[in-house]
Design a protein around this ligand. Structure first.
Ligand code: GDP
Ligand code: GDP
Length: 440
């Protein structure tokens, strides 16, 4: 599993600037998706080809408003408890503040691996001034601080290497082979009905559940069959078995949700028909797309709602989750076991699409047909010339296009090609990536 790094600190120290820097390279992949919020709080980063997940805890919707600990909301505390490592950002220009000491105290008590990042120190890394800068912050009792500039990038890579140094380097999962059991993760806000759906799906069956003691947390996986297909359910909610039913012990966990999405083949994103789509829903949806996961949308608690309401929900979805328009939408009732069969059919279909084999001749033919129908727009005096295409990966399918001048293909044309490939190869329910390899 990819290690999760949580960024904490008081307001204005530079957390979101650091988050953006850490996730920037990945951003390019999803930058052109219409409607995907720029203001994200979860993302993937890489150093030296090594992936990790980043959570900007400053961006959580406060769940507990009457905070016992006003500097940090409940979800932040939970993220600290569940993350593999914490980067605690402080402001090098302001120096140590009482609030920093409170946060440090909390971190020390939690026992999580924390690294202090003294930010806003551009031009001072590796310099004699950096020792002066960090002197005060040693008092926080969290080891040697790193000196960084989130805005300029100084020291950031070194800091992340320090943070990740203790984690075993894992081989990246090989997505070129379809697993025998499809991995499925059911994600969504508290109380949307995840546990209810899980019990509806697996309740009737003989279930093999096993705890997997990890280094910092336990995860459980549940194997079940549906319509003759084998699935492995990845836990997101801290499931525990009580008698015949599963219960969520912890109500909602950002860290577990992110890890489950990173680790699964297909995501069932659950929404509540009786609630508006929140920013948190949209952030999670954005992360699903960023990770390239196949996805099916399930609007739950559909029982007892009329046609007007159904239209309203559809408009909400189009407005807030427009970047997921490739996903199938189902109205279900987990409690009354309605619409579950159709939902699982779409899950199976999305997984098939995610692992579809796209042959080079067929892809190239589809590309050439598309270009004949509409050529890429000129750039200056020349026109980009796509020549042939091959498949570069699965789950998500990646189409690699070769040719000349492809660095100048505009985003709208890439979307046009995406639409053609989707139609041609019936790629419903999965994100599709298009990459360009230009010879000139
Ligand atoms: P957050 O509230 O902790 O997420 O902080 P932001 O990332 O929004 O940054 C707060 C302010 O500090 C913004 O005006 C940033 O431009 C500025 N800032 C962030 N990182 C740096 C840095 O490395 N150097 C300088 N000089 N300013 C920075
Ligand atoms: P979780 O926090 O996402 O795991 O949500 P739960 O499965 O614990 O469900 C939260 C509440 O919603 C419970 O009281 C369920 O009985 C209720 N619920 C779940 N599914 C449905 C549904 O399809 N219709 C209605 N009306 N209530 C539901």
């Amino acid at each position: 599993m990819k290690p999760v790094i949580a960024i904490v600190g008081r307001p204005n120290v530079g957390k979101s600037t650091l988050f953006n820097r850490l996730t920037r390279s990945r951003d390019a992949l999803v930058a052109d998706l219409p409607g995907l919020t720029r203001d994200r709080h979860y993302g993937e980063g890489r150093v030296g080809g090594r992936p990790y997940l980043v959570v900007d805890t400053g961006g959580f919707e406060p769940i507990a408003k009457d905070g016992i600990f006003h500097a940090m909301a409940q979800q932040t505390l939970q993220a600290i408890a569940e993350a593999d490592a914490v980067v605690f950002v402080v402001d090098g220009r302001q120096g140590l503040t009482p609030q920093d000491e409170i946060i440090a105290d909390r971190l020390r008590k939690s026992g999580v691996r924390a690294t202090v990042a003294v930010n806003k120190a551009e031009g001072m890394t590796g310099d004699s001034r950096s020792a002066m800068l960090t002197a005060d912050f040693h008092r926080l009792g969290l080891g040697d601080p790193c000196v960084i500039s989130s805005a300029h990038g100084d020291g950031v890579v070194e800091m992340i290497e320090t943070v990740l140094a203790d984690f075993p380097e894992e081989e990246e999962a090989d997505d070129s082979e379809r697993p025998r059991r499809t991995k499925i993760a059911i994600v969504g806000r508290p109380n949307v009905g995840k546990s209810t759906l899980i019990n509806t799906l697996v309740g009737e069956q003989r279930v093999i559940a096993f705890d997997m003691p990890g280094t910092t947390r336990d995860a459980i996986e549940v194997e079940f069959d549906h319509a003759d297909r084998p699935y492995t359910l990845i836990d997101t909610a801290g499931l525990r078995r009580r008698g015949k039913v599963f219960e969520a012990v912890e109500k909602f966990s950002v860290v577990k949700t992110l890890q489950a999405i990173a680790d699964t083949n297909v995501v069932v994103l659950m929404l509540d028909a009786q609630q508006e789509i929140s920013d948190q829903d949209a952030h999670i949806a954005g992360f699903v797309v960023e990770q390239g996961r196949a996805v099916v949308l399930a609007v739950n608690k559909w029982d007892g709602l009329d046609e007007d309401k159904r239209d309203w929900v559809k408009r909400e979805m189009a407005r807030k989750l427009g970047f997921m328009d490739f996903a199938k939408l189902h109205f279900i009732s987990a409690l009354h076991n309605r619409g579950i069969g159709a939902l699982m059919k779409s899950v199976a279909g999305a997984c098939d699409a995610a692992f579809r084999k796209l042959s080079t001749p067929k892809l190239t033919r589809a590309l050439q047909d598309a270009v004949a129908h509409q050529a890429p727009p000129r750039h200056g005096l020349s026109r980009p010339k796509p020549r042939y295409a091959h498949q570069g990966g699965m789950n998500p399918p990646i189409v690699v296009i070769h040719g000349t001048g492809l660095g100048n293909v505009p985003a709208h044309y890439t979307r046009f090609l995406e639409g053609r490939f989707r139609k041609q190869f019936a790629l419903e329910g999965t994100p599709l990536r298009i990459e360009y390899r230009s010879t000139a």
